[in-house]
Design a protein around this ligand. Structure first.
Ligand code: PHE
Length: 347
């Protein structure tokens, strides 16, 4: 059995010397394992303390701990130095090019239609309207007939329609069939008042141009109750326009025609660009059209389960893309579904 104190100073000197010759991280790690790791030389020595006479153990313990502290410090210093050299070398050899620009993480944004729809939802919600979604694919009956547009009615010419291969099934040309769905689902047999908006995509078989797309959003609105009058319709739409476009904007109602409303109107807001003076955007009229609306036709109310002698209601339909056009001066409707980032990034 040999004395654990033997050659301690010499060993320390050798270890420190050797450390000074390690030039890579791997070498430094090996050195650590050899001398101060779990099975390292100095670790083994410290475990042999029990072989010493009791009165000498404390002195030995202190000595070996001092040595280990010295080695640990030297090891940490060396490791730092070697790592710095390695980094400097990598930089120099071009393995890391710090002059390269960083990789940008593009952040997506919401489509202008989505943000506008959300603005709609918020405004209508404040005014007590819930959002109700109905299907994009409709029967001819829902899209036309129950809305008082029988087959061969000339009013069908107002809607160029996509027909599916299933006879009598079409892509909805407007959100108005949602009126029937909403009445049947929430009216409880024509006994309950309703206040909903019906947002969604609509489809028309159009020649695509600057002004027409084959798909676009609409936001339909329906309010049914026992004492709903034309004044409620006008007040509600005017209030919406004020919240959407600004309190200073004038609104006007023009008489119009829809088969499912009587009377029917179209709503204009004072031109956002020229303030009513007349410009290219408003075609020198001073007004921009924002919605179609009217008092619900008795036939439609009846188709929804309501007795039109007791109940009345109003409905309206608005096009959010149209409104974005008005608000931002977008001149070509085809941008909306063109997926061109140069357009989308502007919002
Ligand atoms: N559905 C009509 C359209 O697409 C708009 C509208 C909705 C008009 C509700 C009156 C009432 O043109």
């Amino acid at each position: 059995m040999h004395d654990p104190r033997q050659n301690l100073d010499t060993l320390l000197e050798i270890a420190l010397n050797e450390l000074g010759q390690q030039v890579t991280s791997d070498e430094v790690e090996n050195w650590e394992r050899k001398y101060i790791g779990k099975t390292g030389i100095f670790t083994q020595r410290s475990r042999m303390v029990g072989q010493l006479p009791a009165e000498e153990r404390a002195a030995f313990g202190k000595r070996i701990n001092d040595i280990k502290a010295t080695l640990l410090q030297a090891y940490a210093d060396r490791e730092k130095l070697v790592k710095e050299h390695e980094l400097a070398r990598d930089l120099e050899q071009g393995q890391i090019d710090v002059t390269l620009p960083g990789r940008a993480h593009p952040v997506g944004g919401l489509h202008p239609s989505t943000t506008t729809l959300r603005e709609f939802y918020a405004i209508w919600a404040e005014m007590g309207f819930q959002v109700y979604r109905s299907r994009d694919v409709e029967t001819d009956e829902m899209n036309f007939e129950l809305l008082n547009i029988p087959a061969h009615h000339p009013a069908r010419d107002m809607w160029d329609t996509f027909h599916t291969t299933t006879p009598g099934v079409v892509l909805r040309t407007h959100t108005s069939p949602g009126q029937i769905h909403a009445m049947r689902e929430f009216g409880e047999g024509g006994t309950q008042p309703i206040r909903v908006i019906l947002p969604g995509m609509c489809y028309r078989y159009e020649q695509v141009s600057v002004r027409s797309e084959i798909q676009f959003h609409q936001v339909e609105g329906v309010a049914i109750g026992k004492h709903i009058h034309l004044t409620d319709l006008k007040g509600t739409i005017a209030e919406f326009a004020r919240r959407m476009f600004g309190a200073d904007k004038d609104v006007r109602f023009r008489s119009s025609y829809f088969p499912f409303t009587e009377p029917s109107m179209e709503v204009d807001v004072e031109c956002l660009l020229c303030g009513g003076k007349g410009c290219q955007m408003c075609k020198y009229s001073g007004w921009l059209e924002i919605a179609g609306c009217g008092m619900m036709h008795p036939v439609v109310l009846r188709n929804g389960g309501y007795d039109p002698s007791e109940w009345s209601g109003f409905a309206f339909g608005m096009g959010p893309e149209r409104m974005i056009n008005l608000k931002y001066g977008v001149k070509d409707i085809r941008y909306y579904w063109g997926n061109d980032l140069r357009f989308l990034e502007q919002f």
